[in-house]
Design a protein around this ligand. Structure first.
Ligand code: SF4
Ligand code: SF4
Length: 263
């Protein structure tokens, strides 16, 4: 099949990558700050309104999941307009700036969640896209380092034990309790209910022991967000006092975003 250069046409594809849970961006604290600044809100507001988490299994300890990163709610993304435009385009998260350049560049176009994206099939990057992708990658690394210093020192990224069906059910029970109190957005509450319901059905039909821990993690993400949301909000509030640490990377990013807009 003929190879072509990557180009993005969100109207033609119905902005598929902004709608799917599986392509949700992981977020740095800097991402939350920039979206907040764009919308006249705090990073904590953005976390409370549109946050999510990424939960991944620890490779070396089967049966244990780890809360790996902050993420954005994404089913669909709350910043996607009805016309398939990004309402925060100039402040979109690093993961959105890089997407799908990193996956194309690293040859990861076949990973789960990307299969259905026609734009990624048999494409290559313009040299300028490759260069910019690397520059954004460097900024993401720097902000991840800042996040570790500032954000993860609170030991929130602990393990979530899911050794047994009983522990899963406890997480589901707690998450459903949180949404019953009206603490999360209606979209996230729906996500928690669906995940808890689908997981329950899967366990009933296949048996807990035959379900892979990775699959289990996908179901856990909205539930873990619901459970940890308030605890994380406290850390966000404290971290806002140190937002000046993200000025340098945010300034660099603004310059790059201008280039990205031209693609
Ligand atoms: S990156 Fe691909 S899936 Fe996403 S909006 Fe652009 S063309 Fe559509
Ligand atoms: S922030 Fe913008 S680019 Fe990123 S997923 Fe949402 S709508 Fe798409």
């Amino acid at each position: 099949m003929e190879e072509k250069y990557f180009s993005c046409d969100p109207v033609a594809c119905n902005a598929e990558c902004c709608r799917s849970i599986s392509t949700k961006p992981v977020m740095t604290f800097g991402d939350f700050l920039r979206i907040g600044q764009h919308l006249g809100k705090t990073a904590t507001d953005i976390w409370l309104e549109s946050g999510n988490v990424a939960v991944v299994p620890l490779q070396d300890r089967e049966g244990i999941a780890a809360l790996a990163a902050l993420a954005l709610f994404h089913n669909p993304c709350p910043y996607l307009s009805e016309q398939n435009k990004c309402n925060i385009y100039n402040s979109r998260p690093l993961g959105c700036l890089e997407f799908p350049f990193t996956a194309i560049e690293d040859g990861h176009v076949d990973i789960e969640g990307y299969h259905s994206l026609d734009c990624m099939k048999n494409v290559r990057l313009f040299p300028a896209q490759r260069k910019l992708c690397k520059a954004v990658g460097r900024i993401a690394e720097e902000e991840t380092r800042l996040d570790i210093e500032l954000f993860w020192s609170e030991n929130l990224r602990g393990c979530i034990d899911i050794f047994s069906q009983m522990q899963y059910e406890e997480i589901a029970r707690r998450a459903l309790g949180v949404i019953a109190n009206g603490k999360v957005s209606p979209a996230m509450a729906r996500e928690v209910r669906i995940s808890a319901g689908e997981m329950h059905l899967l366990i009933s039909s296949k048996g807990y022991d035959s379900i892979g821990v990775r699959e289990l993690c996908n179901f856990l993400e909205p539930m873990v967000y619901a459970i940890k949301r308030e605890q994380f909000a406290e850390v966000f509030r404290k971290a806002e006092k140190f937002k000046h640490r993200y000025k340098k990377t945010s300034d660099e990013l603004r310059k790059l975003a201008g280039f990205f807009n031209s693609f």
